[in-house]
Design a protein around this ligand. Sequence first.
Ligand SMILES: NC(=O)c1ccc[n+]([C@@H]2O[C@H](COP(=O)([O-])OP(=O)(O)OC[C@H]3O[C@@H](n4cnc5c(N)ncnc54)[C@H](O)[C@@H]3O)[C@@H](O)[C@H]2O)c1
Length: 335
Amino acid sequence: MYNIAVIGCGYMGQTHLEDIYLRDNICIYGVCDLNEERAGLVGKRYQAKHIYTNAEELIRKDEVDIVIIATYPSSHMSLLKTCIRYRKHVICEKPITNTLEEGKEFLRLVQANPHLKILVGHILRHNDTYEKVAKLIRDGEIGKPIIMRMVQNHNTPQFDKYLSLIRETSPIIDCGVHYVDVMRWFTGAEVINVSGVGARTEESVPDDKYNYGLMTVTLSDGSTGFYEAGWSHTIATDNTKEFIGPKGRIKITYQKDRTTHKENGNLIEIFRYPENRTEFINVPYHLKPTGAQLDYLIRMIEENLPANPSIEEVYKSFETVCKADESIRRNMNIE
Ligand SMILES: NC(=O)c1ccc[n+]([C@@H]2O[C@H](COP(=O)([O-])OP(=O)(O)OC[C@H]3O[C@@H](n4cnc5c(N)ncnc54)[C@H](O)[C@@H]3O)[C@@H](O)[C@H]2O)c1
């Protein structure tokens, strides 16, 4: 039985709790949020044994085995340090932090503490649909991928929540880490060039921030990719995920974006060239398999498995999105 502490009871904290709280091998020892009311409500809903508003008071408890850090990136570093001080295993939400300098420190701290198992929440590595596509691509089903098109545009009526994220970070840094990781994972290649453009499409976005970003990358195997992320009232929602090679293309359509057969889950479409034949694979839908991710951390603890992705891979994706952010800010004159 593992005693778990969840720090941050917002969207992701609750997503973690939802996927694990009924498990036999997990006890929700405690939850913590700076917002006392939220901590209380979430603790009650998921039957946490203890409720805190001060993270260190929870993390320091001898009973706690695993800490899930689900706060905003600006607090990840100090919470990681607290977990290391009290020798806890950790799942820390991405992005690891907000700045390249702190990112380097995060990398160094994880590398310096191999006795602790620390997994960064690159959830797509534990997602059946992406695992299936990774295998298809690595098995050469479309040949070596040449173009990777990835879009994560959110049309959002709840703009205030996104504004808080924009004040902290940017759409490119926040979720770009997932998709740069996917590009590196699917190709096995390194990013060798990155650039970006961005825009402010909403009056409420601070002058030195942006709510729309587009980054392009070139990888060491000659492939290219882009990641587009916009959060606004006016951009239409778009979740394009498409990988193109000489022998065809693979496209992922999430269950919520399917027009028919939603009950079959996510859809993977493989278009084969020159046969001009399309095959369809359905994969059961699970938006955020945080339970599978926690299972993996437990295997890291029990079987000494390496992190997936490794902290070096996490850092490389983070470094790439930070460079894209720098390029966007330079192009927008908001350095
Ligand atoms: N893996 C994914 O797919 C995914 C998806 C969404 C968000 N995220 C990441 O999860 C993290 C949290 O995002 P969210 O959408 O859940 O935010 P959120 O605003 O919904 O929740 C964050 C919560 O953390 C609390 N908090 C902040 N600092 C704290 C501290 N020091 N101690 C205790 N509580 C604290 C806040 O009060 C808030 O309730 C971010 O890093 C975000 O990028 C990951």
